[in-house]
Design a protein around this ligand. Structure first.
Ligand SMILES: Cc1cc2nc3c(=O)[nH]c(=O)nc-3n(C[C@H](O)[C@H](O)[C@H](O)COP(=O)(O)OP(=O)(O)OC[C@H]3O[C@@H](n4cnc5c(N)ncnc54)[C@H](O)[C@@H]3O)c2cc1C
Length: 581
């Protein structure tokens, strides 16, 4: 685990991914796959070396906060600015941008690995780098050619940074309550007025703002219709400020180096990205990208905590031996390590699907396919978009919840030292706590996943999982575990019969269902890994045997607790005083 470019990443780079298929579609025509993979390796090795060098300064300066600047902006503390400058110099920002605009067109899977390494070293820095990818992706997808040519090279060079301006005092999870106003100035030009809060890196030059169109303002209020996605640059071409300012910075429990800003827009000039009134759809692309980014962030942070705990457990002696020899400590470490691999399995699997989807979209748009090829790619794309829509919130949910548990367990393994600021683990735990909240809380992710399942995505992902598990017959131990996972699938299907007959009960149980589905998909991917590296069968078995029992318990809770549950909950809250001032 000490190596930032770790064995799990190498497994996907070298063995798991069908690069020929992905790159063939992505780049079109013949591709020198071996040369491309070597160039990916170089990116990952460079990122690993740099990230490792950021780790010590990040821990030592952990309490340092972002600052307001004299010209109405905000900036992170010096150690983060230094690290950003080094990443910029190495060409490691905005890696997925297309070559047309100067980018490396790096697959999202590999970009996710880079984000994971940066987060392991400095989670605050990662918030800044992570936003670049999603914002650049949205500009590339929805911006006019003129905007792309003007802005994207500046992202790639790292000259400008981005932020994502959604949240307002009355619009948190419920973006239908957005009140920021976008008034048309002619063509795609608009004027933005409003107040955004909790904006990560809100001192950035490029703001992607979700705002309500002025001419449908009243009738669209309370819904996500009538919203537009606007690109606002903080400065005019002459260097003067463009009606934006950071009004204040939040003081937080963790990620101190990440500027969390209140941003005020007063007649700021911007341009609409994508269609008028369809901004929520465009923002969902950015949010989905950011959700996978937060999953990578959580994975990197969990690795950092596991590493701290593992080193300590080998060094700290009690009762005449290192504490790692205590079964209760060892089993905590095993659970941490296996859960990290399960998160990795789900996330990398998802990144791979998204990469193939992007490549297929490009191949279909370019028009060099035969009719039969077009039809086949279009059908597969349709299926895999459904898979990605379900998997993305599940990745965010799973990675961030696991990260929270791992950083907390790391504190436990360090005992009293783990509660002091002489150690690093409390910092990691404090940083982890935001991840189940921003980019949509865990409750919102579970509700999104439930909605996708209700629309048929569950059947689609299970059909694929069944096919993969069915193909594992050659190795008896792997096949036996595969049968257990097939049993877990049947268990989920039985539970959904109860759930989907009553939507309010389904919402109440959305997290349990999400976890059961995550277990199936992560287990399937861990078994797929074991087909490539036989030693990984122990990891898969460890996860599957533990989660199968949890799955049974969750299914029983769903199936046996239906009648009167919501009414009883209401009575309990009333009896025990909830809602009293
Ligand atoms: C450090 C930090 C950085 C952030 N960065 C950004 C950023 O860059 N850009 C940006 O736009 N925003 C950002 N945010 C805002 C963040 O995305 C929101 O805080 C988050 O989405 C939750 O919204 P809220 O705080 O209003 O909570 P609320 O929406 O008020 O939710 C409060 C509680 O109610 C639950 N809840 C609400 N609705 C439902 C529902 N339908 N079903 C089940 N449970 C529900 C939530 O899960 C939560 O537990 C950031 C926030 C922080 C703290």
């Amino acid at each position: 685990m000490d190596d930032y470019f770790n064995a799990g990443m190498r497994l996907y780079l070298d063995r798991m991914v069908d690069w020929e298929g992905v790159l063939g579609l992505h780049r079109g025509g013949a591709v020198d796959v071996a040369a491309e993979v070597e160039s990916f390796r170089l990116v990952l090795e460079t990122a690993a070396g740099l990230a490792k060098s950021f780790e010590r300064p990040a821990r030592e300066h952990w309490t340092e906060e972002a600052r307001l600047t004299a010209d109405g902006g905000a900036e992170p503390p010096p150690h983060i600015q230094d690290a950003y400058a080094k990443l910029r110099e190495a060409g490691l920002v905005s890696l997925p941008v297309s070559e047309t605009y100067g980018g490396a067109a790096l697959p999202l899977l590999l970009n996710g690995m880079v984000l994971e390494m940066i987060s392991r070293a400095d989670t605050s820095l990662m918030t800044i780098i992570g936003l670049q990818t999603g914002a650049a992706g949205d500009i590339e997808k929805y911006g006019s050619e003129e905007i792309r040519r003007a802005i994207l090279p500046r992202f790639v060079s790292g000259e400008i940074q981005a932020c994502m301006d959604l949240t307002e005092p009355h619009a948190g999870s419920d973006l239908g309550r957005i009140a920021t106003r976008a008034t048309d100035l002619g063509g795609d030009r608009v004027k933005v007025d409003g107040q955004k809060i909790f904006i990560t890196n809100g001192g950035a030059e490029a703001h992607l703002v979700l705002a309500r169109d002025a001419d449908t303002y009243d009738e669209s209020k309370g819904t996500t219709n009538g919203l537009s996605l606007i690109l606002v640059l903080a400065h005019h071409a002459d260097g003067s400020r463009n009606g934006t300012r950071v009004a204040r910075l939040e003081r937080k429990l963790g990620i101190h180096g990440s500027p969390t800003c209140e941003v005020v827009f007063e007649g700021a000039a911007g341009v609409r990205l994508g269609e008028k009134g369809k901004g929520f759809r465009a923002m969902l692309d950015l949010m989905n990208n950011a959700r996978l980014g937060v999953a990578a962030q959580a994975l990197g942070l969990a690795e950092a905590a596991f590493h701290e705990a593992s080193v300590y457990a080998h060094q700290r002696e009690q009762f005449g031996q290192p504490i790692v020899k205590q079964p209760l400590v060892a089993t905590m470490l095993v659970k941490m390590a296996v859960n990290i691999e399960a998160v990795r399995a789900l996330c990398y699997h998802t990144y791979e699907i998204v990469d193939v989807n992007v490549a297929r979209e490009r191949a279909l748009a370019e028009g060099s396919l035969s009719d039969a090829e077009r039809a086949a790619h279009a059908a597969t794309l349709e299926r895999d978009v459904v898979r990605a829509r379900l998997l993305t919130p599940l990745c965010k949910y799973f990675a961030t919840e696991v990260c929270h548990d791992i950083t907390r367990d790391a504190m436990q393994i360090l005992g009293g030292v783990g509660y002091t600021m002489d150690s690093d683990v409390p910092k990691l735990h404090a940083d982890s706590l935001i991840m189940t909240v921003y980019e949509g809380t865990s409750e919102i992710q579970a509700s999104f996943a439930l909605k996708e399942m209700g629309k048929g995505a569950l059947a689609v992902v299970f059909e694929k999982a069944r096919a993969e598990l069915g193909a594992m017959a050659s190795d008896p131990r792997r096949a036996a575990l595969g049968r257990r996972v097939l049993g877990m699938i049947s268990r989920v299907e039985e539970s959904t019969k109860v759930l989907f007959s009553d939507i309010s009960y389904a919402l109440l149980r959305a997290k349990l269902l999400a976890e059961m589905v995550i277990d199936v998909l992560a287990s399937t991917e861990l078994l797929r890994q074991a087909g490539v590296v036989a030693a990984r069968l122990d990891v898969a078995e460890s996860y599957i045997l533990r989660r199968e029992i949890e799955g049974d318990a969750m299914a029983r809770r769903i199936e046996e607790n239906v009648a009167g549950r919501a009414d009883r909950d209401a009575r309990v809250l009333a009896l025990l005083g909830a809602g009293r001032a």
